[in-house]
Write a protein that binds this ligand. Structure first.
Ligand SMILES: Nc1ncnc2c1ncn2[C@@H]1O[C@H](COP(=O)(O)OP(=O)(O)OP(=O)(O)O)[C@@H](O)[C@H]1O
Length: 242
């Protein structure tokens, strides 16, 4: 639905060396891009800086050509960006249904009241069947997998144009990971959603992505079709260490 362009982005904490150093990346309209790299490569920092949550020193972030760099996080969300951070973040005191209703409130110009809101929530129950069964359960009673589904559904229900996902498969059973990534892939294909998916689970991420991007030492060191990265042992070994 939208193209995200990252131009010469330099991000660093305090007086330290930059974590991202002049990073260039385009996530085209409707593409699913897997963001790969070793622990500490800067995947989380990149996703957070796209939302205005990490200290950008230089460079620009553009959404369909519009410069977002100076905008607040709230304004970026209103323009169609959404982040699902690592750690299955849901409001644990609220029920599944209440969490989903919260997620409908964001995007600029959306009719997010009454029937439209309930229809959007209902769609999430179709996508994530375990959530339908647990719609009145409080967040703190959900399993890890159900929580991650809820975190993803809460982002999707706001109908973002660009979805940033930070390690959604971390700590989940393989079957749940396959289910989650499958929904993500299908939803992206059905709606044209643009996705940037940071993952340590390289195989899982490349199985749903169009492209794989590898970060190292603050830069993009590989940007290849996902199938090519997945299939070529030499490439995997050079860039991903296995
Ligand atoms: N709030 C912070 N303050 C200072 N340094 C930070 C902060 N957040 C991250 N860093 C540093 O930035 C570097 C990149 O971290 P980041 O979490 O972005 O990497 P990552 O690729 O997401 O790693 P992982 O796969 O382990 O989650 C690391 O050296 C980390 O210690």
């Amino acid at each position: 639905m939208s193209t995200l362009t990252i131009e010469k982005l330099t991000v660093g904490y305090g007086d330290g060396a930059p974590v991202l150093d002049g990073l260039e990346l385009e996530v085209p309209d409707g593409a699913v891009v897997a963001l790969l790299g070793a622990n500490g490569a800067g995947k989380t920092t990149l996703l957070r800086s796209l939302m205005g949550l990490a200290p950008v020193r230089d460079g620009r972030v553009l959404l369909d050509g519009t410069d977002l760099t100076a905008l607040s996080t709230e304004d970026r969300v209103r323009r169609g960006l959404a982040l699902v951070p690592e750690g299955r973040s849901v409001v644990v005191e609220l029920t599944v249904a209440e969490n989903l209703r919260l997620g409908t409130c964001w995007k600029k110009g959306r009719k997010n009241k009454g029937p439209a809101r309930e229809a959007a929530v209902g769609q999430m129950y179709e996508l994530f069947e375990p959530l339908a069964r647990r719609r009145d359960a409080a967040g703190h009673t959900l399993s890890g997998g159900e929580r991650q589904m809820l975190a993803l559904a809460r982002a999707l229900v706001g109908e973002p144009d660009v979805l940033l996902l930070d390690e959604p498969s971390l700590g989940l059973a393989p079957l749940v990971v396959a289910q989650l990534l499958g929904v993500l892939r299908d939803q992206a294909a059905a709606t044209g959603l643009t996705v940037l998916l940071a993952e340590q689970n390289v195989t899982g991420a490349l199985s749903v992505a169009d492209r794989g991007v590898v970060l190292s030492l603050g830069e993009v060191v590989a940007d290849r079709p996902a199938a090519e990265l997945a299939a070529d042992p030499a490439l995997r070994h050079a860039y991903l260490g296995f």
